[in-house]
Design a protein around this ligand. Structure first.
Ligand code: SAM
Length: 240
């Protein structure tokens, strides 16, 4: 009896509609945010770029020449559901979804492929940091850039793992485009907004994210069904 009860609890914790909101030992914007962002703005990030990255950029370039339109990046795309949704929303542009998790990427791929009528999407398993670095090194500019529900890294000591506290942050800005970030942790979005302001002196507000139609990503769906508040930040980085 005890065993079956335990099983029920475990499966209900994992199920859609029962997602817990983010808890953190941080009570406001991280006190080290400004010094961290400024330090990263001053020191170029020198991580070696994985060899396969050039091959990925070659594939993107070839497809982009074929499709035309804007290059739209879905960074940390998870299963790629959001990338497929974007491909339908922007049929004349090329959507590139990148995630480091093979497991997530292969989850719904064949089902999604069947639903899509156009051929304007590429998905890659890679570290997005390498992709951002090589794109920036080659002066690529994005039309749109989506960062949907990044890992929040809510522990105070993990500021440097959040995208705005990471040394890659100036590179992300350099890629330009209409950038959109969504999260279920308001602090993450507040910090991201402040970090952009520190970097380029442009302030855009953090807005509550309100559903117009369906959820765009699996995480968004999970949070929506759990009744969590969601937040969104958008900025046009095209003129940078
Ligand atoms: C919370 S999930 C959100 C997934 C998806 N965007 C969604 O909303 O359903 C965060 C995703 O970011 C991916 N990720 C985190 N760091 C990454 C990195 N350095 N390179 C590529 N993907 C990364 C993870 O594998 C994971 O799929």
């Amino acid at each position: 009896m005890a065993l079956s009860l335990k099983r029920v609890r475990l499966s209900s914790n994992n199920s859609v509609g029962n997602s817990r909101s983010v808890t953190s030992n941080q009570t406001g914007i991280h006190p080290d945010l400004e010094t961290t962002v400024r330090r990263h703005l001053e020191e170029p990030y020198r991580k070696p770029i994985a060899e396969q990255t050039q091959n990925i950029l070659d594939q993107i370039e070839k497809k982009h020449i074929e499709i035309g339109g804007d290059l739209i990046l879905d960074s940390g795309c998870g299963t790629g559901v959001s990338s497929y949704n974007l491909a339908e929303q922007f049929p004349n542009d090329l959507i590139v979804g990148v995630d480091q998790s093979d497991f997530r990427l292969s989850k719904n791929k064949s089902e999604l492929e069947k639903q899509l009528t156009s051929d304007n999407i590429l998905l890659f398993r890679a570290n997005i940091i390498d992709i951002w670095l090589l794109m920036a090194k080659n002066n690529w500019k994005l039309g749109r850039h989506y960062v949907f529900y990044p890992n929040p890294w809510p522990k105070k000591k993990h500021l440097q793992r959040r995208w705005h506290g990471h040394p890659i942050f100036p590179t992300l800005i350099k890629l330009g485009g209409q950038l959109e970030l969504r999260s279920n942790w308001k602090m993450y979005v507040d910090e991201f907004s402040e970090a952009i302001e520190i970097a380029i002196d442009v302030k855009e507000p953090v807005e509550p994210f309100v559903f117009v139609e369906k959820a765009v990503t699996p995480f968004e769906k999970k949070y929506q069904l759990s009744g969590q508040d969601l937040y969104c930040y958008q900025i046009n980085l095209s003129n940078g």
